[in-house]
Design a binder for this molecule. Structure first.
Ligand code: ADP
Ligand code: 5GP
Length: 189
């Protein structure tokens, strides 16, 4: 019999630290893990597909969902709204671990409702490395990269409220550390 509990894992950290990369690899490597798909009002980037990276909705649709208590949490970033759909997550959690890739305010809000949620902060080896990664990813203009860089200190300042901090320097080592944490948490009663 498998007594391991399904866990709700929140992965946060500054934009460009590697959350998306790590989340994608975690679900590829772990059959029992589902990635939650957030709603956002931002435009899809090249290659992003509605219902895969995000549910792309407009501001009116987002507001209706807020009014109907449809989000576990939501927040505004860079002039767009992002939210975690409540029903989607609670249904997935019945049969699998669920991974949320959301900002620190969202993570702390989730913890208020789900005391057992496991909050993991991803930190960069250095601030300059974040800039390098965002430039290399080339999905944002320099102005937008600078905006994201301004938020790094804020995100990392909340690390002490998170359960774990993992530095994403070597990608494989970071993924293995996150897996180790999740396995440890799954075995807790
Ligand atoms: P986030 O989702 O946190 O904004 P991404 O996962 O999009 O960040 O990663 C930003 C960029 O950094 C991507 O181009 C990704 O390939 C790269 N990257 C992620 N992790 C590492 C790492 N450990 N070392 C070097 N580059 C990385
Ligand atoms: P991006 O536009 O780069 O995909 O995401 C911008 C920021 O929004 C990232 O910090 C990401 O973690 C955060 N984010 C994505 N989805 C959600 C969500 O559902 N809730 C909250 N609070 N933040 C989110």
């Amino acid at each position: 019999m498998n007594n391991k509990r399904n866990v709700l894992v929140v992965l946060s950290g500054p934009s460009g630290v590697g959350k998306g990369t790590i989340a994608k690899m975690l679900v590829e490597r772990n059959k029992n893990m589902s990635l939650s798909i957030s709603c956002t009002t931002r435009n899809p980037r090249d290659g992003e597909v509605d219902g895969r990276e995000y549910f792309f909705i407009n501001k009116d649709e987002f507001k209706t969902k807020i009014d109907n208590d449809g989000f576990l949490e939501y927040s505004e970033h860079f002039e767009n709204f992002y939210g975690t759909p409540k029903k989607f997550v609670t249904e997935k959690l019945i049969n699998s671990d669920v991974l949320l890739e959301i900002d620190v305010n969202g993570g702390l809000e989730v913890k208020k409702n789900f005391k057992d949620a496991v909050l993991i902060m991803l930190a960069p080896p250095s601030v300059e490395e974040i800039r390098n990664r965002l430039i290399k990813r080339s999905t944002e203009t320099i102005e937008k990269i600078n905006l994201r860089m301004e938020r790094i200190d804020y995100e990392l300042s909340k690390s002490s409220l998170y359960d774990y901090t993992v530095i994403n320097d070597d990608l494989t080592a970071a993924i293995e550390r996150v897996e180790e944490i999740i396995n440890f948490e799954k075995n807790k009663i």
